[in-house]
Design a protein around this ligand. Structure first.
Ligand code: FES
Length: 339
């Protein structure tokens, strides 16, 4: 799947401008649309910031639409991405926060944790020459389902941008050999690929390779999200996001196959193109309700710690079978009949 709906979150800073150029390059390569979102403090200044970003995208020859957003920046951007069914949010890692660097607790970090789609954190090390900000991409994999999805997205992006891919596996060499061969054969047919197996702490090693070989982009899966308390990232993507010296794309596993959902857990599945919240009870029986929050339509997420469907936009919560546990939503999630 290509990135067709690219949300670019701006605050008018230098970091945001670097992110905008990356968003525009990707949109050009995928023939996608940049959706510029700005959560304003002052409406007059906000309008100027938005118009500037939209104008710059138009000057780059990219399809673009802009919207001023109400509310706190992280929640407003997450909601904007959700209602627009975005494929990826592109954001300056240091922007929207006032802090110098990306930290998992700042606004960019909150977006990375709560986004309903992939998130590209732009640090500005990528030189945007012509249309390709990333001539080489480092893709980390451990052979898991989530990592496979990250690899597929990495290869798709590499194909569109004309980039080469280095696949890296951290762990046992025999397993690594199998995983890397399989991943390259499955997803990387037309892309120039090299592979590497390393030993040690996965996040440390990924950051080390990115630094030593000056990769402009690292792609990791958001492993650890499912079943984790609320929407926390797994420890590897979190550490890589914080410490990699380059841009980081966190490929998010949003949609799952029913077989991947464990007893007592929930996950979002696709049924005839619609997102459905599926909960497997302790006996293995599947309970399915619409994944669209009845407040304003954001996609609910499974909260494994509390066994509820939680909405990241305004905090509504629903029981595993869809009843309202906490507003502002007033109506339950409608049941979905499975054929
Ligand atoms: S859309 Fe507002 S709480 Fe879900």
């Amino acid at each position: 799947m290509s990135y067709k709906r690219i949300v670019f979150a701006t605050d008018g800073s230098e970091s945001a401008e670097r992110a905008r150029r990356v968003a525009a390059s990707i949109a050009k390569a995928t023939r996608g649309t940049v959706l510029v979102g700005h959560a304003y403090e002052s409406p007059i200044e906000g309008k100027e910031i938005l118009e500037q970003a939209v104008g710059a995208c138009e000057a780059d020859g990219v399809k673009v639409r802009g919207e001023l957003l109400d509310g706190t920046p992280a929640a407003a951007i997450v909601e904007f991405a959700d209602v627009n069914d975005a494929d990826v949010i592109v954001i300056g890692a240091a922007g929207l926060s006032g802090s110098e660097t990306f930290q998992i607790g700042n606004i960019a970090g909150r977006i990375a944790r709560q986004a309903p789609c992939d998130v590209l954190l732009v640090r500005g090390t990528a030189v945007v020459e012509g249309d390709s900000p990333y001539p080489r991409i480092l893709v980390a994999t451990d052979g898991s389902v989530t990592a496979d999805r990250a690899a597929r997205k990495g290869y798709d992006l590499a194909g569109k941008l004309g980039a080469s891919v280095q696949l890296v596996f951290v762990g046992h060499p025999k397993t690594g050999d199998l995983v890397l061969k399989d991943t390259a054969a499955t997803f990387g047919e037309d892309v120039d690929t090299s592979t590497r197996i390393l030993k040690g702490d996965p996040a440390d090693k990924i950051v080390e390779v990115a630094e030593q070989e000056a990769f402009p982009l690292v792609i990791v899966g958001n492993k650890g999200m499912t079943g984790a308390r609320r929407f926390l990232l797994g420890s590897v993507p979190q550490k890589v996001s914080e410490y990699a010296p380059c841009d980081v794309l966190i490929a998010r596993t949003v949609v799952q196959a029913v077989a991947e959902i464990d007893k007592g857990e929930g996950g979002i599945i696709l049924v005839a193109g619609d997102k459905v919240a599926a909960y497997k009870d302790d006996k293995g029986k599947l309970h399915t309700v619409s994944a669209k929050c009845t407040h304003m339509g954001c996609t609910v997420k499974w909260n494994g710690a509390d066994g509820t469907w939680d909405c990241p936009c305004h905090g509504s919560r629903f029981s595993a079978s869809g009843e309202v546990v906490q507003g502002p939503a007033a109506r339950p999630l409608p049941a979905v009949e499975m054929a």
